[in-house]
Ligand binder design. Structure first.
Ligand code: HEM
Length: 224
């Protein structure tokens, strides 16, 4: 097990598997969040169902925390080691195929980590803007009023801008991350690579539009 963490291929596999699980979370989280378009009843009922999962939700939270920690730890470690290595002919050759998304993985990754802390402090722990995201807010059925929390939160241009900027980082990270995942798990070859790159890009754009649609609809007064 320890060898896996020291070995370059082993660490890439950990990055790919943790990345895949978080990718699954990002899809599920977006699907859950889009219930906001069905009104307060939709998203408040959805949030209540999640809370009623009880210990299961805590198990999922611990798994996610381990996944994020491993992904960030090895991501930083691999980047530091790559940067310390002398740029030889291999690095030069590799740069020919690199894209902005691939070169900025460490930066978009660290931005997402920073965003995640902000996001949890705001909507889960209610430390940032407690006046708009207070747990004391309940709807008429006694459920936590997640709908009002999001509407009040995103009515602030500043809050919405932070989210939209973070979603750009998520999209860039995924655009390269998805194809990298296929590469590490050996699921691509020279002929399938262009199609996988395209699929990664399209998926990233769809997720970006999906996530951004929420603050955008609130700012535009469509969801209120
Ligand atoms: C417009 C974009 C987003 C919206 C509206 C949103 C909304 C929310 C809300 C309302 C909660 C709290 C749920 C509750 O306590 O009832 C939450 C939790 C969370 N969000 Fe987001 N989110 C967004 C984007 C993201 C992204 C891109 C990520 C990942 C990179 C993310 C990761 C999380 C995590 C890890 C939690 C904690 C889940 C838990 O309670 O265990 N969110 N989000």
């Amino acid at each position: 097990m320890l060898l896996l963490f020291k070995n370059t291929v082993g660490r890439k596999i950990v990055m790919a598997v943790t990345g895949l699980l978080m990718f699954g979370f990002i899809i599920g989280h977006l699907l859950g969040n889009t219930t906001i378009f069905t009104g307060p009843d939709g998203i408040n009922a959805y949030a209540e169902k999640l809370r009623n999962l009880g210990p299961l939700i805590w198990i999922m939270r611990v798994i996610m925390l381990v996944m994020v920690s491993l992904h960030v730890f090895f991501g930083v470690q691999i980047t530091l080691e790559d940067n310390a290595a002398k740029p030889g002919s291999y690095a030069m050759k590799r740069n020919l195929r690199s894209t902005f998304a691939s070169r900025s993985m460490i930066w978009t990754g660290l931005l997402i980590a920073g965003y995640l802390i902000y996001h949890l402090l705001q909507f889960t722990f209610h430390v940032i803007n407690p006046e708009i995201s207070s747990m004391k807010n309940f709807d008429s059925l006694g459920r936590h009023d997640v709908f009002s929390m999001l509407v009040h939160g995103f009515q602030s241009v500043l809050v919405s801008s932070v989210y939209i900027a973070a979603m750009i980082a998520v999209a860039l990270h995924l655009a390269h991350g998805i194809q990298s995942l296929f590469q590490t798990l050996g699921l691509n070859n020279d002929s399938s690579l262009p199609a996988i790159e395209k699929a990664g890009l399209i998926t990233a754009v769809i997720l970006f539009l999906g996530y951004v649609s929420i603050p955008a609809a609130i700012l535009a007064g469509i969801v209120k």
